[in-house]
Write a protein that binds this ligand. Structure first.
Ligand code: ADP
Ligand code: TYD
Length: 211
């Protein structure tokens, strides 16, 4: 059985963590060994990024973009728990956010071409077999964030999330020949979303299934 690398994408509060869990359960059920991971990572670089998002330290958008480049390279290459290492061990890796998060979030503040070029080393090393984008209205996602949190992070404003959503689509268009993206309607209950995601992943595992 071939192990896979799958990335989940979407604006804050779109339901990524919920779907990572449901997809992981479905894949385990058919015998995959699963390693779930996320970006920003839990490495020291990821910790620095989270401190910026919590407004504990201040940094320019260009600095943040650079930190994400470094965090992603460590996420891929770390010899102890990196994505390449986990794949070599036979795990199917599911990441809550990957390259497209930088294209969309950093691309909302600095030129997208720069963000794509700055991340090209990561993109050359490993691309997901499938990127799943949970498409949800920024208004709904802001309602969820306001309900679930005491304070909001740096990028969690309605205006920013609208820009980020647009940048995701711009990046999908620019990279459509290079990266396989499945877009799922996230304005529904978790069960329906998980069902659509599972159908797509089954097609990835067995391309002979009807499209
Ligand atoms: P993310 O990882 O994208 O921030 P989460 O999975 O943590 O999103 O979901 C954000 C909030 O929305 C959580 O409180 C979660 O329980 C809730 N949620 C997730 N998916 C749905 C859904 N399809 N419908 C309604 N609420 C949802
Ligand atoms: P995350 O912890 O996934 O937040 P949420 O669960 O609310 O979606 O991500 C934290 C923030 O990091 C989120 O606002 C998006 C941002 N981010 C970037 O700006 N660039 C990136 O490359 C990545 C991976 C995340």
């Amino acid at each position: 059985m071939k192990n896979l690398f799958i990335a989940l994408e979407g604006i804050d509060g779109s339901g990524k963590s919920t779907q990572v869990k449901l997809l992981s359960d479905n894949l385990k059920h058919i015998g995959h060994h699963i390693y779930t991971t996320c970006e920003p990572t839990n490495s020291p670089i990821g910790a620095m990024i989270r401190s910026i998002f919590k407004h504990q330290i201040e940094a320019d958008h260009r600095t943040i973009a650079g930190l994400f480049v470094a965090d992603r390279l460590d996420h891929i290459l770390n010899k102890r728990n990196g994505i390449l290492y986990q794949m070599e061990q036979g795990f199917t890796v599911i990441s809550d956010r990957y390259l497209f998060s930088s294209y969309a979030y950093q691309g909302a503040h600095i030129p997208l071409e720069w963000v794509i070029a700055a991340n090209s080393l990561s993109a050359e090393i490993i691309q997901p077999d499938l990127t799943i984008f949970i498409d949800i209205s920024p208004e709904i996602s802001m309602q969820r964030l306001n309900k679930g949190r005491d304070s909001l992070e740096l990028y969690e404003t309605l205006e920013n999330l609208k820009n980020v959503q647009e940048k995701y689509y711009e990046a999908f268009d620019i990279l459509k020949e290079k990266q396989k993206v499945f877009i799922v309607d996230g304005n529904r209950t978790s069960g329906f979303i998980a069902e659509d995601i599972w159908k797509e992943v089954e097609r990835l595992i067995n391309p002979k299934l009807p499209q």
